[in-house]
Design a protein around this ligand. Structure first.
Ligand SMILES: Nc1ncnc2c1ncn2[C@@H]1O[C@H](COP(=O)(O)OP(=O)(O)OP(=O)(O)O)[C@@H](O)[C@H]1O
Length: 285
């Protein structure tokens, strides 16, 4: 069976005053209709990996890979026009803060309807129906009222649900969620995760969940890919994360608070550039 996504030897580079900076260094992984977490500290290359898949790295940034295949089709062979049809249609991306993605001067309804009409031929009534369905799918009860509201009238959690609704309108095969809940408080975070989880189950969608929160990824994903300094240093099943072998992953785990075995002091994560050179642990994701 063809993988939903197959990324082979992905590099993302930026020219800097001191030479080329490799933000992503030879990342390879495959994804089925499952939830794959990408975890790592700030600057480890998680977001650049997500953006590179959608070919959203702007020049002078450069993307190289043997291939980035979606359902067997190499996205690197596509023209910019063809890529526009992939973005938002077959692959959607939810970003950290909905404030930057929603248009402040349009109502939520207008934006959802516009999103639908960009991807489907249906008329106004059909678009409106679909917009309300999507708001309901992300557990917004008073969808009619929300349709008439502007983004600034929404709380962070509502804004993020609306973003997810908008991303789901075209029924994508793959959703890339980049820190989708990190701007939300913990209880709202849980609700948004549950909604995404249900959507993955109900629609058979693939999900790439990017986060710096190891606990969250371990609970929410099927498999985890751990990045350090632009490389995948370890891949494992989420429920086996506590058995992780790589020194960086072990360091991350040991610097987390534990309720079962409280420690007097949390370990401070010491970083070692050589970790990125330690061969990756675990099966190829
Ligand atoms: N335009 C650019 N020029 C040079 N370096 C860049 C550029 N954009 C990103 N980088 C660098 O690429 C590296 C990877 O960035 P990326 O955003 O993927 O990290 P991340 O793991 O997602 O971190 P965060 O959790 O903070 O978003 C970082 O060190 C960043 O400084």
């Amino acid at each position: 069976m063809t993988d939903l996504l197959d990324v082979e030897d992905l590099w993302v580079r930026f020219p800097t005053r001191t030479g080329m900076f490799d933000a992503v260094r030879g990342v390879s992984f495959r994804l089925g209709r499952e939830r794959l977490g990408i975890v790592g500290e700030s600057g480890s290359g998680k977001s650049m990996t997500g953006r590179a898949i959608l070919r959203l790295i702007r020049p002078p940034g450069q993307v190289d890979a043997t291939h980035i295949k979606l359902d067997g089709e190499n996205l690197l062979d596509k023209s910019e026009v063809e890529m526009r049809a992939v973005r938002g249609n077959r692959i959607s991306m939810v970003m950290q803060d909905p404030k930057f993605s929603l248009n402040p001067v349009m109502t939520v309804g207008e934006q959802l309807i516009e999103a639908y009409q960009l991807h489907a031929r249906g008329g106004q009534a059909e678009a409106r129906k679909r917009a309300i369905e999507m708001l309901e799918a992300v557990s917004i009860r008073d969808a009619e009222r929300v349709m008439r509201a502007h983004p600034h009238e929404m709380s962070g959690g509502m804004g993020q649900r609306i973003m997810i609704a908008m991303m789901l309108i075209p029924d994508p095969e793959l959703l890339i969620a980049d820190e989708p809940t990190s701007a939300l408080d913990v209880s709202v975070q849980g609700q948004v995760l549950q909604i995404m989880d249900k959507l993955v189950q109900d629609r058979g969608m693939g999900l790439i969940f990017i986060s710096h929160d190891l606990n969250l990824v371990a609970q929410f994903c099927d498999r985890v890919l751990i990045m350090y300094a632009g490389r995948v240093v370890e891949t494992c099943d989420a429920h086996k994360l506590h058995e992780a072998q790589h020194p960086y992953t072990r360091g991350l785990l040991n610097s987390l608070p534990r309720f079962d075995a409280p420690q007097k002091r949390l370990e401070v994560l010491k970083r070692d550039p050589a970790w990125a050179e330690v061969p990756s642990v675990g099966p190829r994701a």
